[in-house]
Design a protein around this ligand. Structure first.
Ligand code: AMP
Ligand code: GLY
Length: 406
């Protein structure tokens, strides 16, 4: 199959590996140096619908896979579908599940999906009243897309008010206490299939200290998860959401990412995303045995129920993100990188890298993802950190506690 993959990060490198597993031909826009080994890169602005449609035509794409949320929210999947392409990625209307926190709350209420109590606030007075209603710790979220950085969780009421004041429309909600789980489901508008559950590490520092980031590492599956957790999430969260989107005439075709908290009172949705999560995808796809391309095309065509169940390797996987000094603020760019050879169970995925005069350098906040696989979580974690020791990147830093359940 000829596939066009849109995006540039570690998630896209992981997707690229899984998409070529059956010998599919890969084209990527814009891609990164890691993806050059897997396919052909095209320098196209992926939020420019007509430019993406023209590229799909040039390469005669049989499937387009959209990595990040920005082109989805901008309606690029809609333009591709209108031009007749099979697309894995939701319409702009369905992508509002991620693009607007207020919309996501509305869908959850209509579908009976458990989530944190919330209020949508547009004025300082409304925000103050909502903060006092829910009490500390305070949770204030920008309504729109914010690359994982639009959420403030704080005991400081003034800081919470300041975030609300700086953000226009915000969602203020009840604090959810308990371990977090990411579950991804491949959806075709009607049918949904879960991937392995994962946990990511959002804060920049060891012990979950410091500001939120896009994600500093992840592991899967979850050895501590209660029996039946995935079935429960599919029954109580994913399927009702897919059904409600279909009922509204805006079916969800693509990857529904449920971020959940397992609270003492049961599971609650923390957020929805409408694309593969980064970096959980790097861990999850490293255990997928089934070739990904036919699965995503079946989803794009509404034919998921005809496919057999996905199959997975035994064991566990861990991905540790190597970020550039300064991240999640302004990362230091241009730092030289030298990488070890991949092995069977340990490899490096590129995220924010570039080639300058043939030399690999840092070009973003999250620069690399080091994946380790093993018979269990402890072994996978050891493999990932051992491989990371052989990465030379003096301007980089990472967390040391990725893969320790939290
Ligand atoms: P989000 O962008 O909604 O995923 O939020 C980013 C992170 O903020 C989440 O992964 C949680 O760690 C934290 N967070 C978001 N909402 C809540 C909440 N209601 N209670 C506690 N933590 C939250
Ligand atoms: N892992 C967090 C995200 O992709 O938003």
């Amino acid at each position: 199959m000829r596939i066009l993959l849109l995006g540039t990060g570690g998630r896209e490198h992981a997707l690229g590996r899984a998409l070529v597993a059956d010998g599919s031909e890969l084209h990527v826009a814009p891609g990164n140096p890691g993806l050059t080994r897997l396919g052909t890169l095209h320098d196209v602005d992926i939020t420019d619908g007509p430019a993406v449609v023209a590229l799909a035509r040039d390469i005669d794409a049989e499937l387009v896979v959209v990595g990040p949320e920005a082109p989805l929210v901008a309606g690029v999947a809609d333009e591709l579908r209108r031009a007749g392409y099979d697309v894995f990625g939701p319409s702009a209307q369905a992508a509002a599940l991620e693009g607007s926190k207020a919309f996501a709350k509305d869908i959850m209420a209509a579908a009976g999906v458990p989530t944190a109590g919330h209020r949508v606030c547009t004025t300082a007075d409304e925000a103050a009243a909502a903060l006092d209603c829910f009490g500390a710790p305070h949770v204030v979220k920008d309504d729109g897309l914010a690359a994982g950085k639009g959420v403030v969780v704080t005991d400081d009421r003034d800081a919470a008010l300041a975030h609300a004041a700086s953000s226009g429309t915000v969602v203020i909600e009840e604090y959810l206490d308990g371990p977090e789980v990411s579950l991804f489901a491949i959806c075709d508008g009607t049918t949904a299939r879960p991937l392995l559950p994962a946990q990511d590490f959002k804060r920049v520092g060891d012990g979950d200290l410091g500001p939120n980031t896009g994600g500093m590492g992840a592991y899967c599956p979850l050895p501590w998860a209660p029996q039946g957790l995935v079935d429960e999430i599919m029954r109580d969260v994913v399927q009702p959401t897919v059904d409600e989107m279909a009922r509204r005439g805006t079916p969800f075709v693509g990857l529904l990412y449920a971020g959940l908290a397992l609270t003492r009172r049961g599971l609650r949705v923390v957020e929805f995303n409408v694309r593969f999560g980064d970096p959980e995808t790097q861990a999850v796809l490293s255990l997928l045995e089934t070739p990904l391309a036919p699965v995503l095309r079946a989803a794009a065509r509404g034919e998921l129920d005809a496919l057999p169940e996905l199959t997975w390797r035994d064991g566990a996987a861990v991905v540790v993100v190597e970020a550039a000094q300064g991240y999640p603020g302004t990362p230091k760019k241009g730092g030289p990188i030298s990488l070890p050879e991949d092995t069977d169970d340990a490899y490096v995925l590129h995220a924010g890298t570039a080639l300058t005069d043939g030399h690999l350098v840092a070009a973003g906040g999250r620069v690399l993802g080091i994946v380790g696989r093993g018979a269990d979580l402890e072994a996978a974690r050891a493999t990932a950190y051992q491989h990371l020791e052989r990465v030379v990147f003096p301007d980089g830093f990472h967390r040391n506690d990725i893969g320790i359940p939290h």
